[in-house]
Write a protein that binds this ligand. Structure first.
Ligand code: SF4
Length: 263
């Protein structure tokens, strides 16, 4: 791989605190990743140009399985973690175990703060997220967004499996951008992958995927908030299907400027 020369180099490579020009590195990486077609090379480029901890948050969905396969195969030193909301499908947890076994690498699991979940359920009920959008956002905030913020604290980079053709709201996802709210570079190394490209990668590399993907679930979240989609529906139509299309995100990828604000 040819290392993009335009990317500013880190001031320090092995010890904290790091001093690097995050916005400049993000802008240069956005160009460099676009020019590199190989996922493994894209990930190595991230390793080479971002100092300190770079985290990869995996939902264990098909996109993230592809990214994790590339990370694990190349034994890249990213901090891989997943958010256990307490409301996952059993198939998702089976995917987690199968993935660890397949690649011989542990995936860090983060959990919400128990007291916060207890207070939420006491206020709204065990299925209260279906009664009001505000309730749903509060649930996503406590079970997902806050644990994500905690897991990302101190990281200089955050890798995701977002793709532009997943939904209209993700149509302009860049390869890399400066996330001022978290003070890190958000990286989307398969932003330009089509579904066909993704499925070919999964097949060619025998990557384990959630069994629900073959049962009409292209996008898998918490069990009570995810249904199978019908032919012709948007691939995220099965997420929070009782809500309007506008704003159907859990807050993980459109987080507010202040981490404690409503997701
Ligand atoms: S997806 Fe549903 S159950 Fe999961 S955190 Fe959000 S509202 Fe709660």
């Amino acid at each position: 791989m040819t290392r993009p020369s335009a990317i500013p180099q880190p001031a320090a490579a092995a010890s904290q605190p790091f001093s690097f020009d995050g916005p400049a590195v993000a802008a240069a990486l956005d160009v460099a990743l676009a020019a590199e077609p190989c996922l493994g090379a894209r990930l190595r480029s991230i390793t080479n140009h971002i100092p300190g901890r770079v985290a990869f948050s995996t939902s264990l969905g098909i996109e993230d399985q592809a990214v994790f396969a590339a990370i694990a195969t190349a034994d890249l030193p990213f901090d891989v973690f997943t958010l256990d909301t307490g409301r996952h499908f059993p198939e998702t947890l089976e995917t987690l175990e199968a993935t660890e076994a397949r690649y011989g690498r542990r995936i860090r699991i983060t959990f919400p703060v128990a007291a916060e979940v207890e207070a939420l359920v006491a206020r709204d009920g065990i299925m209260g997220f279906r009664n009001a959008i505000e309730n749903r956002k509060a649930c996503c905030d406590i079970r997902k967004v806050r644990p994500l913020n905690t897991a990302l604290a101190g990281a200089n980079g955050w890798i995701t499996g977002l793709r532009r053709d997943q939904s209209a709201g993700r149509a302009h996802v860049p390869f890399a951008e400066w996330d001022a709210a978290q003070g890190l570079i958000k990286l989307n190394p398969i932003a330009d992958w089509s579904l066909a490209t993704l499925e070919a990668y999964i097949k060619d590399n025998a990557v384990p995927i959630n069994a629900l993907h073959r049962q009409g679930f292209p996008s898998i979240g918490c069990q009570p908030c995810t249904r199978a989609i019908r032919p012709g529906e948007d691939i995220r139509a099965g997420r929070w299907w009782w809500e309007n299309e506008d704003g159907k995100e859990c807050g993980l990828h459109n987080r507010p400027k202040h981490k404690d604000a409503d997701a």
